[in-house]
Design a protein around this ligand. Structure first.
Ligand SMILES: C[S@@+](CC[C@H](N)C(=O)[O-])C[C@H]1O[C@@H](n2cnc3c(N)ncnc32)[C@H](O)[C@@H]1O
Length: 202
């Protein structure tokens, strides 16, 4: 299961969230205040970016993934001393017709969607786009970190063809030199993703 271990993209996205949550970031321009915000992580794996968002003040974080990954996510919430009110874990299979109740209960919608290392299989982008459209409202911000592979471009093109605009925010080398046996490019990027057509708030 690819989500059972921590991918470098998750570390890079967590660092980025921390930097943007600093009031002094870029002289205050671009400061992203997480206090009181609702956050959803898709394909969370071990959940580091979502857990980071919680530590930085998010009011509610929902970590989502396929069923086999949920026990590990719940364990990570517990060992980080976070309760299941501030950080919830639930199943969300991209492309499902309904959102889990934990997301439907977020009355003002989701403020921030986080995704790390989910751009590796272009056939998953149509279902991912469907889920993103269901999760997002007018003001939702989507940040995603990815290793830059050939498949990343294919995925982003596919996402674009399903109604999203993708802008690269940051490009940087990797954070670890782990010899995992993967064909790492050691080049990473963070993207902001937004619907091509405005989504109206509920
Ligand atoms: C490469 S792993 C990245 C995990 C984690 N975000 C990280 O960066 O460490 C991809 C993640 O996407 C999840 N995933 C893949 N297909 C999915 C689907 N159809 N619905 C929901 N999650 C999915 C996997 O279970 C896995 O946790």
């Amino acid at each position: 299961m690819t989500g059972s271990w921590l991918w470098d993209s998750a570390i890079i996205l967590s660092n980025y969230i921390s930097i943007r949550a600093d009031p002094d970031y870029n002289g205050g321009f671009g400061f992203f205040n997480l206090h009181g915000k609702t956050v959803v992580e898709l394909g969370a794996g071990t959940g580091l970016p979502g857990l980071t968002a919680s530590r930085l003040g998010a009011r509610r974080v929902v970590l989502t993934d396929l069923p086999p990954l949920l026990p590990g996510l719940r364990n990570n919430v517990e060992v980080n001393g976070l309760d299941d009110v501030r950080v919830e874990v639930c199943e969300l299979v991209w492309g499902a017709d309904e959102l889990p109740s934990q997301l439907n209960e977020l009355q003002r919608g989701v403020d921030l969607v986080l995704m790390s290392d989910v751009f590796y299989d272009s056939s998953l982008m149509a279902p991912l786009a469907k889920t993103l459209k269901m999760v997002c409202h007018g003001g939702t911000v989507i940040w995603s970190a990815s290793e830059v592979r050939q498949s990343t471009d294919e995925c982003l093109n596919e996402l674009t063809s399903h109604g999203f605009e993708v802008t690269e925010l940051v490009s940087q080398p990797g954070v670890s030199t782990s010899e995992t046996g993967h064909n790492n490019t050691n080049e990473f990027a963070i993207y902001v993703i937004s619907p091509s057509n405005p989504i109206h708030s509920p």
